[in-house]
Design a protein around this ligand. Structure first.
Ligand SMILES: *Cc1c(COP(=O)(O)O)cnc(C)c1O
Length: 384
């Protein structure tokens, strides 16, 4: 068969069914260990930290979807990032952009730095400025595009080339886009990581992380780290994640439609001073987003007018829950300054523009008019 189109791959890629029984879904191989056929002879399945058939089906599926050769599944997005950063050694540094996910920043700042793997934060506004931040000991760069929570878009293809020119691994955290909308490996990146807790799982019912590479040597080194450190995804969560991924295309289309609708309507609202959404033609990030991703995604950030009382606003919402996380079928809202980005130093938050009036909406797949009404009613109630 020729290479499958993406929506077909969502259903049939990876290891699509069970060879031993013909079950159309890969079973949950809830077993820690596997009987050896013979002494001295190694076999495919031996012990579930080293390999488990349910997890392997997921790993093969995500590799196909991202256009990579190998996938690895971890217990959370941060454990995937921990494994990836463990490719570095003492004295190496990682380059972060100002608007990196708070948990990634904390991992680099407070876990890796004391171990001797340092970092540098870049506030560059363009690639020329960014190039100046590549000190000789920078051995990796982590990028999120669009970024969280300001939804700024970075040109991925030239960025990967820049990394390679300076001998650094180009790592993309593709959580916000998923391979349905954007595939960084095809744009030259070396490693894609996911918090699969978000859109890939899609139902706010699991924590998971994934890493995908296209290079044999990197795959071998990452597999060693996965097995040696052991933060693997359980068979049950691997199954749940495969189940979530099946409907990724349907869900992402609806997330994107709803997000564009809300961004368009709210751009003119008198109590909103700014809308950030890279899928909105008027957004400064729109052109770059269109060049490297197929749609704008499901995240919209809003800056509220000073007349809106924040406490009352969040209390007045009936449908949209105030919660961390994103990417589920239900809409969630958060206040980055005090929630997702609280672990970032205040000076850094200020510098990149995460102020107290900024809120971030993970737009779910509910009816778009119900979502709009929930937001506009709460704005009215919180401002009188
Ligand atoms: C949530 C998130 C992470 C961390 O993933 P966990 O699954 O919570 O460990 C990393 N990067 C981004 C962009 C995220 O949104």
């Amino acid at each position: 068969m020729n290479k499958m189109n993406f929506n077909t791959a969502l259903i049939h890629a990876g290891i699509p069914n069970d060879e031993s029984t013909g079950a159309v879904n890969i079973p949950i191989y809830q077993s820690s260990t596997f009987r050896r056929q013979e002494l001295y002879v190694s076999q495919q399945w031996e012990y579930s930290r080293s390999g488990n058939p349910t997890r392997a089906a997921l790993e093969s599926l995500i590799a196909d979807l991202e256009g990579g050769s190998h996938g690895l599944a971890f217990a959370s997005g941060l454990s995937a990032l921990t494994a990836v950063l463990s490719l570095l050694k003492q004295g190496d540094k990682v380059l972060l952009l100002g608007s990196t996910y708070g948990g990634t920043f904390r991992l680099v700042d407070r876990y890796f730095q004391p171990l001797g793997i340092g970092y540098r934060v870049s506030y560059a506004q363009d690639l020329d400025e960014l190039e100046a931040d590549f000190e000789p000991d920078i051995k990796a760069l982590i990028i999120e595009s669009p970024s969280n929570p300001l939804l700024e878009v970075t040109p991925l293809r030239p960025l990967a080339a820049l990394c390679h020119k300076h001998g650094a691994l180009a790592i993309a955290d593709n959580t916000f886009m998923t391979p349905y909308l954007q595939r960084p490996l095809e744009l030259g990146f070396d490693i894609v990581v996911h918090s699969a807790t978000k859109y890939l799982g899609g139902h706010s019912d699991l924590l998971a992380g994934l890493a995908v590479v296209k290079d044999e040597e990197l795959a071998r080194r990452l597999y060693f780290i996965q097995n040696a450190t052991g933060a693997v995804l359980s068979p049950f969560d691997s199954f749940l994640l495969i189940r979530g991924i099946r409907t990724l295309g349907l869900r992402m289309d609806r997330h994107c439609q709803n997000a564009l609708y809300l961004a368009t309507k709210l751009a003119d609202h008198k109590l909103i001073t700014r809308v950030h959404y890279p899928g909105l033609p008027a957004d400064p990030e729109f052109a770059q987003q269109r060049e490297q991703a197929s749609q704008g995604g499901g995240m919209v950030s809003l800056e509220l007018d000073f007349r809106v009382d924040l406490r009352r606003f969040f209390k007045a919402l009936k449908l949209i829950a105030l919660a961390e996380s994103l990417g589920g079928v239900e809409s969630l809202i958060c206040h980055p300054e005090s929630m997702t980005h609280a672990s970032m130093p205040a000076s850094l938050r200020e510098r990149i523009g995460i102020g107290s009036r900024l809120i971030r909406v993970s737009v779910g797949i509910e009816d778009k008019d119900d979502l709009l009404a929930d937001l506009t009613d709460a704005l009215e109630q919180a401002s009188d």
